[in-house]
Ligand binder design. Structure first.
Ligand code: MRU
Length: 337
């Protein structure tokens, strides 16, 4: 089995009859290693430890995590709790667990829960393909775009959100160049997005995160295209740290800013960005690199891993249900009910 065995390219999450296989995103692209999970707790560890990451992907993995404990006859509420607490910002995790909880409350057995987890997985791929088309249609011919973090097949059920738009645009001959930010400190851009872009043979250049504003000043960039971990009802959007800086720079340079996310990423109970919980990870993710110190021993660090882009800086949110231009609460409620 390989990470590249499906028609859409890369499959990071595989249900293997009685357990879950996750490609270990911590060691890609140097190594293709798989993590085998046999309980909800092991899936929660894989989510918290970043073996699986990306908002839709952790929702899908969590749904399978519940199935593992249901098959083994373990306590459902305990499984739900450990998965719910595994990461705080991406609302797709909560969305998938609530969807499974709803079915469970109607008396679903392990087999029915598995069927639902597979549905969540397959629906995500279909949604990404729809968003890919809708987002690509917004780009001018020969578009030059910047993207951030990894929002591709690795982060989703396949194809990707922002990277899905890039894939679809490339397939339709609408794209001439992608710049992808390295995405400190986990390097999702340098390791994972670069790997996916090379796999698709899409013309791409890696940039340091701090080079983006300079690039917009020097070269004609058409769109910044990013994913999302949670979209508040007013359109404020949490995504990987550095996204907000990209949005500010984009507005200053007249570059358009697109957010691509399925309906499970919207949190209609969250009034605005200030109410979105922002995950802070351990300081050593900044002070060390692959086990070696890069900052002096006594150095303190602050490591928020997401930030919030205000709706006013977003030109379009692309969802599988449609495109919202200049997002407002009214438009979001009209599309998502
Ligand atoms: O910390 P990560 O790697 O899980 O963060 C991922 C992102 O911020 C992505 O941009 C987001 O989840 C959208 S992925 C389709």
């Amino acid at each position: 089995m390989t990470a590249s065995s499906s028609a859409t390219g890369i499959r990071p999450i595989i249900w293997a009859d009685d357990h879950l296989k996750l490609i270990d995103q911590r060691v890609l692209p140097n190594e293709e290693r798989w993590v085998d999970c046999r309980s909800a707790a092991e899936v929660a560890d894989a989510i918290h430890g970043m073996a699986v990451r990306g908002a839709p992907a952790i929702g899908i993995a969590a749904a399978y995590g519940l199935v593992l404990d249901a098959l083994a006859g373990r306590d459902y509420e305990a499984a739900d709790r450990v998965l719910m607490e595994s990461r705080p910002t991406a609302v797709n995790l909560r969305w998938a667990l609530l969807r499974m909880r709803e079915l469970k409350s109607q008396g679903a057995d392990a087999k029915a829960l598995l069927a639902e987890a597979i549905r969540i997985h397959e629906e995500d791929l279909a949604q990404n393909l729809a968003m890919g088309e809708a987002g690509a249609a917004l780009l001018p011919p020969n578009a030059v775009v910047i993207t951030h973090c990894n929002t591709g097949a690795l982060a989703t059920g396949g194809h990707g959100t922002a990277l899905g738009v890039i894939r679809s645009a490339w397939a339709r001959g609408r794209l001439s160049q992608v710049y992808n930010g390295e995405t400190r400190p986990w390097l999702q851009g340098a390791r994972l997005t670069a790997w996916e872009l090379l796999y698709e043979k899409i013309p791409a250049r890696l940039i340091a995160d701090g080079a983006a504003a300079h690039l917009m000043q020097r070269e004609k960039i058409d769109w910044v295209i990013v994913g999302a971990d949670r979209i508040a009802v007013n359109g404020d959007t949490a995504n990987k740290i550095g996204t907000y800086a990209l949005a500010v720079a984009a507005r200053h340079h007249g570059v358009k800013f697109m957010v691509v996310a399925p309906s499970g990423t919207f949190d209609l109970n969250c009034p605005n960005g200030a109410a979105i919980p922002i995950e802070e990870r351990p300081p050593n993710e900044l002070t060390e690199f692959r086990g070696s110190r890069i900052a002096p021993e006594a150095m303190q660090a602050w490591n928020p891993v997401f930030d919030v882009t205000p709706a006013s800086l977003i030109d379009a949110i692309v969802c599988e249900r449609g495109v919202i231009e200049q997002p407002t609460e009214q438009k979001i409620r009209a599309l998502l009910g």
